[in-house]
Design a protein. Structure first.
Length: 261
């Protein structure tokens, strides 16, 4: 079966294992079956606004019994990029929530909210972010600070519809500065690579519902992928892609993990 071919699952969240507050039908059982077979599990999310503990708590509430170390966020991935970019202990301007600032601090840097003296800017989505915060970041980037975006998702799905995502605010800073950030989240590779490395996985399978983030991220990282049709992208959209950009597998939902020969 499909699970026999891989030693880890790198699972997207919204649209893949849950929709809003509810687990996708069959997802809890599929993840439990993978764990029982010794398959490593990482819940991998581009969402940088929530802490790993909050994510794990939400997953556990809806039945997944997720451990803290099974969660990998783009905030963690972005903060983990800093040691290769700026000296340890540097001041880092954080555009985002306290959860992102905590990850920056955990990696040995000092999170701040003003431009003066910063070595880097790390940007993740906060629904409270405004012009003044973007202005501070623009000043820092123009002064030479390294810039890391947790993700460049243009939109944020909500119960009210699609709202501006982190990528829309990244685009505002690109327009203001002429600079482009390094990117941690999918479809860039750092988040997936760090999640696989944390498991010691040699044959991970990326599972997600979006061709433009989950599946393209897997392609960029050189990993096999499974597109599940429980979220955004469709089988018809996958079929229209060039062969090199298509998912390795397409299935209705996660139950295929225990069925596909």
């Amino acid at each position: 079966m499909l699970l026999d071919r891989y030693d880890a699952l790198l699972l997207d969240l919204d649209g893949t294992v849950y929709r809003g507050r509810d687990a996708v039908p069959g997802a809890v059982e599929a993840v439990a079956a993978a764990r029982a077979r010794g398959i490593g599990i990482r819940f991998v999310t581009n969402n940088a606004s929530r802490s790993p503990q909050d994510v794990a708590d939400h997953l556990t509430e809806i039945g997944f019994e997720a451990a803290l170390d099974e969660v990998s966020t783009s905030a963690q991935a972005a903060a983990s990029m800093l040691p290769d970019l700026v000296p340890e202990g540097s001041a880092v301007l954080v555009l985002g929530t306290d959860a992102l600032a905590d990850e920056v601090r955990r990696c040995g840097f000092t999170p701040v909210r003003v431009a003066e003296g910063v070595a880097a800017v790390v940007q993740g989505l906060s629904q409270d972010l405004g012009w003044r915060e973007l202005a501070e970041a623009a000043l820092a980037i123009r002064a030479g600070a390294r810039w890391v975006a947790c993700n460049v998702d243009a939109t944020l799905p909500t119960e009210r519809g699609l709202l501006p995502g982190n990528g829309s605010l990244v685009a505002a800073l690109t327009t203001a500065t002429g600079a482009e950030p390094l990117v941690a989240g999918k479809p860039a590779t750092p988040l997936l690579e760090q999640a696989a490395k944390s498991l010691g996985a040699q044959r991970p399978l990326v599972v997600g519902d979006r061709l433009d983030t989950d599946i393209l991220g897997a392609v960029n990282a050189g990993l096999d992928s499974l597109l599940v049709l429980t979220g955004v992208s469709t089988e018809a959209e996958a079929a229209k892609l060039p062969a090199r950009l298509r998912p390795t597998y397409v299935a209705a939902d996660l139950s295929v993990l225990d069925r596909l020969p």
